[in-house]
Design a protein around this ligand. Structure first.
Ligand code: SIN
Ligand code: MN
Length: 230
């Protein structure tokens, strides 16, 4: 989206910050290219099946750890059993920069080491209901990057999935961070506006969202006492 009318950086609640237009056009293009390759495998992007049998409308592929309702696994146990693609260091660097900029504090990203990313693709009809990101065993912030069509992002409170909540529009290149007291706030994507993205990003239609998270999990082999003989 062009910055004809610049949208200001907005703190919605303690720890929750929206930074419009944070990714440059080049970074958006690079992210789309990377997401396209992750979507192809080793675990193909797909609609997640929920425990009651329904399919999510959003399509998802993961890095580092695979998310499935409602846990993380190194392998995509509900898709093809393959180990997910590794979490790249350049994406962790971007996450640290995101925290420094969102919190306007050069040290805010120090020590931030996201180990999973959920890449969500929304076609014109896709939505995401009110939920908390709570399958992580860490209170480290979630860093959210959006490319493509603009959506309504509903940001609620930590207690209930209802009001009070605030609706903001996330457009291509926007950063949203929720950490600190807002880390476990309910949030949703009730609407995507088809045709609002710039095809120059490489995304002809739809919306991509990448959330970086810290799982707080360790591989069994990383746990003391479970390692093999050395
Ligand atoms: C999510 O809640 O995990 C994704 C949010 C978004 O698509 O902006
Ligand atoms: Mn979420």
């Amino acid at each position: 989206m062009s910055a004809l009318v610049p949208r200001p950086r907005l703190g919605l609640a303690p720890g929750a910050v929206h930074v419009p237009g944070w990714l440059t056009p080049d970074q958006q293009r690079a992210l789309v290219t990377a997401c396209r390759s992750w979507a192809a495998g080793p675990v193909p992007i797909r609609r997640t099946r929920l425990p009651r049998g329904g399919l999510m409308s959003v399509q998802t592929v993961c890095l580092g750890w695979h998310w499935l309702p409602y846990r993380y696994s190194r392998t995509a146990d509900d898709v093809n059993g393959a180990r997910v693609a590794p979490f790249p260091e350049w994406l962790a660097d971007l996450g640290r920069r995101a925290l420094a900029d969102a919190y306007e504090d050069e040290s805010a990203g120090d020590g931030y080491a996201p180990d999973t990313a959920l890449i969500n693709f929304y076609d014109g009809q896709a939505k995401l209901g009110m939920h908390q990101d709570k399958d992580e065993r860490s209170g480290a912030p979630v860093v959210s990057l959006s490319v493509g069509d603009t959506c309504v992002f509903r940001f609620g409170n930590t207690e209930t999935r209802g009001r009070p909540y605030q609706d903001v529009e996330l457009a291509s290149g926007d950063l949203f961070v929720f950490g600190g007291p807002s880390r476990f706030a309910y949030h949703a994507v009730p609407k995507v506006y088809p045709g609002t993205g710039d095809p120059a990003t490489g995304l002809a239609s739809g919306r991509l969202n990448v959330t970086l998270r810290v799982t707080g999990l360790a591989d069994p082999a990383d746990r003391p006492g479970l390692t093999g003989p050395d």
